[in-house]
Design a protein around this ligand. Sequence first.
Ligand code: ADP
Length: 261
Amino acid sequence: MTAPIISLDDVSKRFRKRTQTVHALDRVSLDIAPGEFVSFIGPSGCGKSTLLRIVGGLLEHDGGEVVVSGESPARARRHKRFGFVPQAPALLPWRTVRRNVELLDELNRRGADHPSLDDAQTLELLEEVGLGSFLDALPGELSGGMQQRVALVRAFKLGAPVLLMDEPFSALDEITRVDMRYLLLELWERIRATVLFVTHSIPEAVTLSDRVVVLAPRPGRVVEIVDVPLPRPRHDDLEDSAAFHDTVAHIRGLLRHGMQR
Ligand code: ADP
């Protein structure tokens, strides 16, 4: 395998509350290759968000080692190696679609050692996700799914090598959510960033990912890292394939039965 862009070695994290200690992560080890798409799935409290925040340099781990592009997460963050896509799209209501997409780049340029996408490339992405005729619209004029598409394009525009996505589609209705999977794949096929994607949806994880990391809670730990044996590029007909159904069933079994240790 090529040298990993992200390497987690025996990573642990405890939160000390007044009367108890929460063991949020217990010896998590994982190497992620550049350009890989990896999802994290597991019940609430298994440490998915904690793991994403540690990788993104937003939270200190207290055991083991985390390396991102050869440096600590905090340094990688200072070098602007991350783009974040949160659950809510967090658009500024008074800025148009085009100006919202530019926003993070305007704020984030200092310290970055990689180029962001230029205007023509950004316009291509906006057209790719169906926003080409909404460039001058305000967020309040867009549906929730359209707003989240703006947030996705904004993250890809940064040109950051690592994109961290924490349940970006969880607030959307099911039909919009399925559409968003394939739009995200189209963007990712163009701009091969490394993606770490947190989700509660097994079909979503399987559709999108090269590998799915199944986690269990108390303590937060890796149950199994599942390879997704589906060719790319992926389209919605893959959901009819035996490999898709087998992988979904395997992960469902792990989530149902793999929680005891
Ligand atoms: P998930 O994203 O899988 O739902 P989290 O990473 O949010 O899980 O949380 C893992 C565990 O750590 C949970 O038990 C949660 O209550 C605890 N936890 C997370 N953040 C904090 C914090 N800042 N202080 C105390 N406990 C926390």
